[in-house]
Design a protein around this ligand. Sequence first.
Ligand code: NAP
Ligand code: MG
Length: 467
Amino acid sequence: MSASQLYIKGQWVDPLGQETVEVINPTTEAVIGQISHGNQADVDTAVSAAKEAFPAWNALALQDRVAYVQRIADGIRQRQEDLLACIIEEMGSARSFASYMQVERSADEIEASIQSLDRIDWQEEIANASIQREGVGVVAAINPWNYPMNQIQRKISPALLAGNTVVVKPASETPYTALLLTEIIHEAGLPAGVYNLVSGSGSEVGDHLAGHPDVDLISFTGSTEVGRKLYTKAATTVKRMVLELGGKSALIILEGGDLDLAAQTAVNAIVNNAGQSCAALTRILVPRSAQPAFEGKLLDHINQVVIGDPNNETTDLGPLVSAKQMETVLDYIDQGLSEGARLLYGGQRLDRPGYFVEPTIFVDVRNDMTIAQEEIFGPVMSVIYYDTVEEAIALANDSNYGLSGAVIGPEDLALHVAKQLRTGEVAINGASPHVSAPFGGYRQSGNGRERGSYGVEEYLEIKAIHR
Ligand code: NAP
Ligand code: MG
């Protein structure tokens, strides 16, 4: 593996592109290294390798594809410490959170996908038709930086299991994790061309993949803004799209709900991964009657948050991924103040090296404020007070997004509320999402599902053979 190479047709190769880009450690602001960016010609070579490898991979027995993909999971488990160190160094996710959610969970999700395969009707008979499922073809996997390994995993493992070949473009902020994962995949010994990696910019490598005539499906995780552009671009060749986009998810606390659990959940949402999670619960809807008690609980929990070097086991909150992301978050905080939200806690950049922003709580937020409508992707919480349960449901659904949600309150009422939320998932009373359960968005949060059999089905074509 070399930071100056791409991985195409089973080999590390020098890019045709000449550009190199610095990768920065967000904790120290030091340069980690230089990454070579591929160009359009590199994309063409990778796509043609994937196209050439497709028929044999698609024809392979499912159990043989499973064996290769299982070896990737095994490799991730063997290299857990290296992967964790890499993720902490290039994106700043805190060790205690990242070791499970960024690394171990990736291997768990691969195994969950494998175990889910017998839920899929690979072949079924309807009257005189035999219905077969098979790979779609060449998949372009375009990734964000916030879960730099698991986002890639969530695309390539279902795609490979389903019989597709892939070209991966990692995020420019986090290329090293992708290189390490590629080394693991190389060691798993997949046939040449089944998996390819082209590092590079979204505007060149990503854009060229999106319009490429030999790419059959685009699997994209990232912002709604870029997702929209890709959709338009992919329309020219009618590609299949799996889009996992942004979110502005609501946590609804009901009368009689556990306020301590609610406050802990709300604080975790902005602290874990520094709030840089698409499904983060960043709009907290609270009964007006609970206002003083809830604000007290929030302060209790936020005062316990340990901010610092993400390498330390005891750190809860590390830096944001980049100077740019930090500026974006600080701008949103200014906007919250100017729109009249009340700052209960935080609001400042920390006076230390690195892109650290205090965990920040706004209360008395109105749902039409920018900080309640736009995805901030940082440690910023918006608390909105409501008077009736119907109002809380309407507020939660008054969003362009529809990714996730949560309800804390008496079980029956919580379930009634959960069923009315227009989101791809809802967690009741602190339940955690299972590795096999589907994940994905309604509305502008996207149109795909990840994990388990639902994830694999996104990468399958359906053919009817009539006899
Ligand atoms: P982003 O700016 O949309 O970038 C995502 C990827 O798209 C990067 O690899 C980027 O390349 C590439 N890209 C940018 N412009 C492109 C173009 N014109 N054509 C093709 N590719 C292009 O998102 P991000 O800042 O990395 O990640 C944060 C966003 O991801 C948030 O909105 C978050 O909600 C979303 N997200 C969603 C999920 C989900 O499952 N729903 C999960 C995680 C994150 P560069 O790196 O070179 O810019
Ligand atoms: Mg970006």
